[in-house]
Design a protein around this ligand. Sequence first.
Ligand code: SF4
Length: 373
Amino acid sequence: MKYIEEYRRAESVQAVVEAIRRRATHPWVLMEICGGQTHSIVRHGIDQLLPPDLELVHGPGCPVCVTPLELVDKALAIASRPEVIFTSYGDMLRVPGSGRDLFTVRAAGGDVRVVYTPLDAVRLAQENPEREVVFFAIGFETTAPANAMSAWQARRLGLRNFSLLVSHVRVPPAMHAILGSPLNRVQAFLAAGHVCAVMGYHEYPPIAEQYRVPIVVTGFEPLDIVRGIYRAVLQLERGQALAENAYRRAVRFEGNRPAQELIQQTFEACDRAWRGIGVIPQSGWRLREEFAGFDAERRFDVAAIRPQESPQCISGLILQGQRKPHDCGAFGTACTPEHPLGATMVSSEGACTAYYRYGREPAPVGATAEVGP
Ligand code: SF4
């Protein structure tokens, strides 16, 4: 398949890995932002192919993982109401709140439905004028345009029974939070290619300059990832700190301007809690005042919900690159993908899930790395 198979060829990946080995003369710590990249790195054993002094740490770019427990509990409370049709992408249904998940709510009689786009939820609202239809609008910049479009479509149709439970987060403030921490270990970022396809990477040069870190826009296939690592290592070895695009087939500097305008017209920046990390200033989007009627948190009385995270969980440190999943005492015992305790085990894109699924505990010694589909 074009644009897939040529980016998974083992010999192409090996050639770039050899180039990395030749160029890397110092120990470096690189963070891939996106959970999809984490999954690809662990699945294909890319981290095990790299020189031992080149460390990859796993960033906060899994949207399911960073959706706060508080918001999951609010979703459960709303979905349990008899007048509500609660809609979501499928991956949020098994994310546990404080005591149950959306599957449990559905089993108990709640009307919880999987949709493939928020516009499906708008259509449901049209077809069910006597019911309240709520869409669980989580995610990074990537999903924001479609969610914004659903609010505009609902307004255009004059719907009064459609709302969004919004938990949008943004990458640049998370980068500031990680790099500004006194415990920061990250020396270069692999930026998330799909986020940059929407937003471009014009926000990154000031961050690279302020903290003296290379930021390389990187794709998701094995060859994309090793090319991103290679470009980051080249910059580090040269003492450069630039925002660079290693995913040119999908990303332009300015990004998708119409999508950005739609986001700006619909959402405004706000402080946002990230699961496992806490509140990051101005790191989220909420609906603008003119769309307040479509805000599920205002429509339903859920403000008082304040759950507690598991005290065993160190996912906040993992999401900031300070620890690895196997540093957690609960990994693979008290905490598994079937019974997750924390953020990075709740989603298939979470770092703990990837380590668990691909057998990274105990850390394999002399393991043979797999490259290829
Ligand atoms: S293994 Fe579970 S409890 Fe430990 S850090 Fe990962 S998600 Fe948290």
